[in-house]
Write a protein that binds this ligand. Sequence first.
Ligand code: ZN
Length: 387
Amino acid sequence: MEQTIHRKSATAESSSRQKNGSFFPPAHEHAGFFGKAPPAVIQRTVHSGEDHAGNYQFDDAACTLNYSQDWYYQFPSSMNASQQTAYMTAAENQVETVWSRKHKLRTSSGCPCSASGVDVNVNLNNHNEPRRDRHGFDVNVEQSSTTGFTNQPTRTITLADTHDVPVNMGAQTQQRIAHEFGHTLGITDEYVGWAALGFGHSDRTSIMHSGDDVRPRHYQHFADLISNELEGCIYRPEGFSSRALANPVTQLGITPAITLSEDPEFVIDLRLSRRIGSSDILGLVTPRAGFEMMLNTGSGNLMFGPTLDFSLNRLAHPLYVDIGTGLLYDPEDPRRPESLNIPLSATVGVRWSGFSAGVNYTGLIDVLGNSPYTHLLGVNLQFDLDR
Ligand SMILES: [Zn+2]
């Protein structure tokens, strides 16, 4: 969603002049060196939208990304009204102080805020009432539980009634509510075994491990929100150069595969896909639309058509799962009738910076009944084209 605020520069500047007590207009209001007239209108754009968990406003003149979530609390009967209020205040403090303004988001020249970078402000809105299908999270505070748990697809957080104070983790403490907030952004735990394949596995003071430190990699989701809003501009957290955690807009996939038949044939599958929209389904699954071409290198047969993919990127970084389908047309040739195939494919792989590799299975069903059901097994390589 985009909302443009057109301001008459005269009005805006004259009011700020009065405030500053200076008669002289700011330098940028003067005609340029070569007599170019100043623009009559300053265009400032606030890009706003929602992700699975909250909502955001990116102001490309102020260079701030304001990210907010609404939390709807359910307290145990053991907590009285003032304890509930104190708990919510503590939760807000944890989330906002741990997550706000920790790193800048940077972009290349020509894109908004390339000089200053973008500041991220995180804002938590507390509601001591049931959510009733409103956008946000259910927060169930329990008397007995000791560990926090976030269920991102259902937008539910379970907290202990002691989590308003930092949890003792041995050598250090952790603000557990701020840790759970990280999960609402789709960031996974760094202390688990498979995290050794990704980032932060030995970073004990990290907020997604056992400490309180928000690292540049944890800002990737905020960078993606702006990158998805501004076509052609890629934002990255300052201090994190890998693209492995980014959710790419455009990808090129190449899958060399063989048919699982008595007489195996070698097939090359090319697929160009683009993410649809800027929000992930359930906060986990990125829908992608594209175009696919499948070439049988033995016979020279070519089939092609549109595709629809669902990328599950955020379940266990850096592992990913892609599920895809489409409609591939194979034109008639002198030896064979035409066929119209529905591919069903699944890929499991690992993402690195700007590319990923995995194992792919594809089954092809000919809806015209002119060719047999075909199984393909291949190695899938995907390249991010946009970052
Ligand atoms: Zn966790």
